[in-house]
Structure formats: structure tokens, C-alpha cells
Design a protein around this ligand. Structure first.
Ligand code: F3S
Length: 64
């Protein structure tokens, strides 16, 4: 599984980096940055999905 982040959809709500700070950070304007690339470790998948589920803009998906 890996994170797909659509920067065009991100509006800086910040839920992703609040809920999953090991996977996401904020840029200088509060938009999300993805901290991991490639395959997620098994123990990262739930956090990634939590962030995806809580993004109001549907900017994050967790895909196989
Ligand atoms: Fe952006 Fe959604 Fe995170 S709008 S800052 S990806 S919660």
C-alpha cells in the first residue's frame, strides 16, 4: 500500500499531519507534505488510512 496525495485538492485543513505526524507534515503555508515514499510498512497503513478518511477534501488516498 502507498499514499497518493493530490496537492491540487489540499486546502490545508491539517487533519492529516495532526492525526498521522509520522507520515505527513505541513509546508510553510499549512498544506500537507507526505513524509514517506513508496510502500508503507504494515504498521503505517492504519495511520495513513485514518488521515485519508479524515481529509475533508479527499486529497489523500491509500492505494495498493
Ligand atoms: Fe490537506 Fe487534507 Fe491534510 S486538506 S492538510 S491533505 S487534511
Amino acid at each position: 500500500m502507498h499514499i497518493v496525495f493530490d496537492r491540487e485538492k489540499c486546502q490545508g485543513h491539517g487533519r492529516c499531519y495532526a492525526l498521522a505526524p509520522d507520515l505527513f507534515d505541513a509546508d510553510d503555508e499549512g498544506y500537507a507534505l507526505v513524509l514517506v515514499s513508496g510502500e508503507l510498512a504494515d504498521d503505517q497503513v492504519a495511520a495513513a488510512q485514518l488521515a485519508a478518511d479524515n481529509c475533508p477534501e479527499y486529497a489523500i488516498t491509500v492505494e495498493a
